[in-house]
Design a protein around this ligand. Structure first.
Ligand code: AMP
Ligand code: ZN
Length: 474
């Protein structure tokens, strides 16, 4: 199937052509592990996961990389000023930098598991690639792209790179970090950025390394260039990240990499738009309610309901988060799970290959066409409605849908059936029978009281057309 993707570099939807037939190399900017990931961060990681799944279902072998940033990310990404986010996080949590890196990496891995993100082929940590980052800076220095600001660090001279900022409209215009924030006067150009920062002379940093330029730590951007080249080679297919990264982080990655690898370094740049709050403001770790996945789980939401909500939007559009929107998505998700569970009860063993292929392509089509997840979900609903498709074929298609969208419909439907099949204890059955009798006598107060008793016993009662049904609560 033809695959089309919006490429931030060309600002066009392009047909995807792999560098190596049948293979995709993809690098995704991962989390900075100084705090929990918020659900906005997770949106960008879900896009990376969906891309990988879409390529696999189209028959590609995918080598994917998602880094863990555990060093060198300063609070102002734009001009390499401010505190180191990791050191700041360590002070906040009263732990060592290494401890918080481990703690929040583990938390991120749990979120990734809960969100059903496929394991990337490689998950490099920036601190494991210091040597490669130093080598990158050394090469750039040899090629004349760098200069030193005494007492500060080694900087990249963006005026030496003709195409600087091409990803967001070209040249230096519009990329002037210094126009927005107070900028380091010693820099030759406002967009210049640190490749290597020197450790302060008056205090010891917890993370620092020797280098040809003295003790210090790499600039944030260096890691993604160094690690992607190390793991994917000098030219690879796709680079992903949140849209905010395109202006500075990715512009700087390109400027660092292309002098070494030759242009173009990456063929397709795919960025996900923001998750915003009701007032349209970008969700961030420092503003508003801190919505980590745990908060959603504590409120009783299945992470799959959040994943479903993300898929109802398109990755190039902002998506507004609200509890109501999540609630609606959770209901939509549960409805599909309910339907799948019902279909399972009548699934025989005869998958119809023609119906399977037709629906397979109807579902994969919109995903391959620039990741139109919402349209794919419409096809999923259409499939449920299509009476001409037999139950076994529908279940086989849902297994494919789960591989493609990662929504775990079949798993949740199985769990639902297990709960429904748990034998009802005699005392709960007696309460249900008494409630049915109370309802027949129109004694609603007693019926409600009995329902409450059933509820406290850990059961739910559903009034169906075949009478009252008892379901064990999860
Ligand atoms: P960080 O952990 O801050 O390095 O960010 C990890 C990823 O999340 C990056 O790709 C960001 O661009 C992305 N990101 C940050 N905030 C949001 C948001 N509100 N919505 C979607 N993606 C975001
Ligand atoms: Zn990056």
């Amino acid at each position: 199937m033809n695959i089309r993707l919006f490429n931030t570099m060309s600002r066009k939807i392009e047909e995807f052509k792999p560098l190596v037939p049948g293979h995709v190399g993809m690098y995704s900017c991962g989390p900075t592990v100084y705090h929990y990931a918020h659900i906005g961060n997770l949106r960008s990681f879900v896009l990376a996961d969906l891309l990988k799944r879409m390529f696999i279902e189209n028959g590609y072998a995918v080598t994917s990389v998602m880094n863990i940033t555990d060093v060198g990310h300063l609070t102002s990404d734009d001009d390499d000023s401010g505190e180191d986010k990791m050191e700041k996080g360590a002070a906040r949590d009263n732990k060592s930098v290494w401890d918080i890196a481990k703690f929040y990496t583990d938390e991120f891995l749990r979120d990734s598991h809960d969100m059903n993100l496929m394991e990337p082929t490689y998950r490099p940590r920036a601190t494991d690639y210091i040597h490669e980052q130093i080598e990158l800076v050394r090469k750039l220095e040899e090629m004349g792209y760098t200069y030193e600001i005494p007492g500060d660090g080694i900087y990249y001279d963006t005026s030496k790179f003709a195409n600087y900022g091409a990803l967001t409209g070209g040249a230096l215009a519009g990329n002037r970090a210094g126009a927005r924030v107070e900028f380091n006067d010693a820099k030759r150009n406002p967009t210049d950025f640190a490749l290597w920062k020197f450790s302060p002379t008056d205090k010891k940093r917890q993370m620092e390394w020797d280098s040809p330029w003295g003790v210090g730590f790499p600039g944030w951007h260096a890691e993604c260039s160094a690690m992607s080249m190390a793991l994917l080679g000098n030219h690879f297919d796709i680079h992903t990240g949140g849209i905010d990264l395109s202006r500075v982080h990715h512009a700087n990655e390109i400027a660092q990499s292309e002098p070494i690898t030759g242009a173009p370094w990456v063929n397709y740049w795919v960025h996900s738009e923001f998750l915003v709050d009701k007032s349209g403001e970008k969700m961030s770790k420092s503003k508003g309610e801190f919505l980590a996945l745990n908060v959603l789980k504590d409120r009783g939401f299945d992470p799959m309901a959040y994943r479903y909500m993300l898929l109802l939007g398109h990755y190039q559009s902002q998506l507004a988060f609200s509890w109501d929107a999540l609630d609606a998505a959770a209901n939509g998700y549960k409805n599909i799970v309910r339907r799948v569970a019902d279909i399972m009860t009548s699934a025989t063993n005869d998958v119809d290959p023609i119906a399977f292929d037709t629906w397979h392509d109807k579902i994969l089509g919109p995903m391959s066409d620039n990741m139109k997840t919402a349209e794919t979900l419409v096809q999923v609903q259409e499939l449920l409605r299509d009476d001409a498709v037999n139950p076994a074929t529908k279940i086989a298609l849902f297994e494919f849908i789960d591989r493609l969208l990662g929504l775990q419909f079949v798993d949740r439907a199985n769990k639902l059936r297990e709960l429904e099949n748990v034998a009802v204890p005699a005392e709960v059955q007696a309460l249900a029978d008494a409630r049915t009798a109370a309802k027949a006598e129109k004694d609603w107060t007693r019926a409600d009281a009995l329902r409450a008793q059933i509820d406290s016993a850990g059961w739910m009662i559903l009034d169906t057309k075949d009478g009252a049904k008892l379901i064990k609560k999860s």
